[in-house]
Ligand binder design. Sequence first.
Ligand code: DGI
Ligand code: FE
Ligand code: FE
Length: 194
Amino acid sequence: MKTIDLKKLRKEMEKEQTAKRYEHTLSVAYTAASLAMVHDEDTEKALIAGMLHDCAKCIEGKKLVSICKKNNLEMSEIEMKNPSALLHAKVGSYYAKEKYGVTDEDILYAIQYHTTGRPDMSRLEKILYIADYMEPGRKHAANLAQIRKMAYQDLDKTLLKILEDTLAYLQTTDDQIDDMTLKTYNYYRNISLQ
Ligand code: DGI
Ligand code: FE
Ligand code: FE
């Protein structure tokens, strides 16, 4: 993996993001690193993925759509209709590569799928997805205490719980559910039944 200057990334995120988002970014990076320590993942990769996962979150929805069009990044109808929630992950992964020099595919996929997950995620992908949900600054998500304990014991079980809670939450809103979120849920539910 090409060496990435984490300190430099941190400064760039501080510049790109609102104070609140930057605080979340740091929390996700360190939470991901602590999960990486327990689950034998590369802590450096976890830090980079955490630091960059929301690098496109402070770009407004319309701009995210135009960035995708300009750079031939495919968009589904649901992504186009919910750009801020869904496209920041895709554009974030694109920026991680093109703007911040990340070449490691595992990190790029972890960023790309940090919002919806995907079936058969790598260990790093799971760690980022979970860290994003459970970082200490999160206050309103469901079952946080249980999820924070579980995350240090069983990544797949934790993923399933978060996916269940996310789907339940989305059903209380007008937001459309992305196919990938459903596919991920079904995949990890099936695994839990085996
Ligand atoms: O960017 P963050 O706020 O840190 O976290 P995130 O990237 O996980 O995005 C969070 C939001 O994305 C959260 O409110 C749930 C939402 N989300 C997850 N799956 C779907 C979704 N939103 C829609 N519309 N459809 C989904 O399938
Ligand atoms: Fe995000
Ligand atoms: Fe996030």
